[in-house]
Design a protein around this ligand. Sequence first.
Ligand SMILES: Nc1ncnc2c1ncn2[C@@H]1O[C@H](COP(=O)(O)OP(=O)(O)OP(=O)(O)O)[C@@H](O)[C@H]1O
Length: 433
Amino acid sequence: MSDEIVISARNLSKCYQIYGQPIDRLKQSIWRSRKKFFREFWALRDASFEIRKGETVGIVGSNGSGKSTLLQMICGILNPTAGEFHVNGRVAALLELGAGFNPEFSGRENVFMNAAIMGLSKPETESCYDDIVTFAGIGDFIEQPVKTYSSGMYVRLAFATAINVSPDILVVDEALSVGDIRFQQKCMAKIKSFCENGTVIFVSHDTGAVTELCSRAIWIEKGEIRMDGEPKSVVESYHQYMYEGDINGTDAVEPDSPLKDSPDGDNGDADTEAGFLQVSDDVRQFGNHNVTIEKVRISSGANCNGVIRSAEPCEIGLIFTARRDIASPIIGFLIKDRLGRDIIGDNTALIGQNMSRMAGGRRYRVDFRLEMWPNLCEGDYTLSIAIADGTVEDHEQCHWLYDAVAFKSTPVKVPAGLFSVLNTDVRISQTKV
Ligand SMILES: Nc1ncnc2c1ncn2[C@@H]1O[C@H](COP(=O)(O)OP(=O)(O)OP(=O)(O)O)[C@@H](O)[C@H]1O
């Protein structure tokens, strides 16, 4: 990444005019600015940021938060209502693929026309033409009018054109549908290789892809930038916001309210709690605090919270106190890798474990026993733990601890991907030729 700023936005805003009924539009055109027949809706307000050359920026946010509006302004498809905006370089938009194609023109003519719109000279387009045709893989159809193309062929050619004309900035909407699974993977591989050197802006609901692909993330909510920074923290705050939406209005007790004494008088036992780590205050966490997770442990044999070896049994344990009755507890864990990608997770509801009501004022311990720790890539991982009340579809988060424990996982054999199965038989047979 260089220091060169390729996109800069200052107080960028977009306001739509919402008309109650179609006739109001006509009235507005007659009355002009003397009377207002619409209400204003600010899809984006005061967005300020700078994007440097080589950055891969993921944009996250809930539905209708303003992500596409921002992308469309970056690509010049929409004009801002207010604010300043500068783009330094050629932008390839993978948004509405093929929107600029003329159906009567052949594929070849459309490639040249689109490339010209993106600022390429004829010799420049000629030099990348073969790459475009090879990437699109539509064979002789390239000489046919695009109105004869299937929808898949249409987007293949549009994608191939956009990505092969050496753009400086690639703008991608994840909702982009680019044909069959093989072509989608080819597109993702192309986008990933572009990410290595080019500048990419990437809108996605797949927060795992954002932490994996991006060097920076911007979270937009209700038309405003809520957070801009390192992808893992931005995604965690966004997740937290999404869950807190569920728990608004609950009469949660204060996190620091005194705990009731346990009716059993059982407030911890040094022997049974061996290896458990006290949750420290600096662990990122959220929830309504109807439950407080106090201690956590991941262990394998004699190893606690340090190194977990593949193919060995593993236990994940937590000790918590219910401050209120929890009618339908769901307890789960999530293992993430160093890029924040979710690798393994499970919870009592998915396991089918029947969980009875947990009584307020009592202290509980839950242990997950994993028969065999999977063969994960060698590296650093974290354990997140959560307790919710409700069903998988509809619940309140009581206490969620992000990355409560960090540990290393060592494989029994080097996996070719993120992990591998533990035992694979190979059978070789031969016949005479
Ligand atoms: N042409 C338009 N006229 C009026 N309102 C619009 C128009 N286009 C978008 N909006 C509104 O602006 C808001 C932001 O829309 P936008 O498409 O940018 O959201 P988004 O974050 O991309 O959503 P999603 O994740 O669902 O794709 C939404 O409330 C949407 O209804």
